[in-house]
Design a protein around this ligand. Sequence first.
Ligand SMILES: [Zn+2]
Length: 136
Amino acid sequence: MVKNINKNIMLLSCKSKDAAIEDSEVISDLKDTLSANSDRCVGMAANMIGVLKKIIIVNIGSINMIMVNPEILKKSGEYETEEGCLSLEGVRKVKRYKNIEVKFQDEKFVKRVRKFSGFTAQIIQHEIDHCNGIII
Ligand SMILES: [Zn+2]
């Protein structure tokens, strides 16, 4: 189901809790909501649709990848950039890393470790920040 985008800063500032198999509905809601906003949005965290669980979705070309309980294990290549967010107005300066290694569960809750770089890595860092209650 397509959900409304949460713009409540208090809620967005809360840390999300670990997600489990019973949160599967959140996964389909994130897919639907990202698809509905694909013209202006490349990723989303569950708290952006009002659910305080560690689930993010990241657009990689034609695929929308779900990451459950994502955690950055390694990072390198710090740089400064500007980002926007569907939950906020305008853009803000932020520090990101070019290369990251992330531990997560996929949408079938299978544990994975993968390396990402460039723009995909940037989106993942932005969405993981959301899970930790950090807004750009
Ligand atoms: Zn955001």
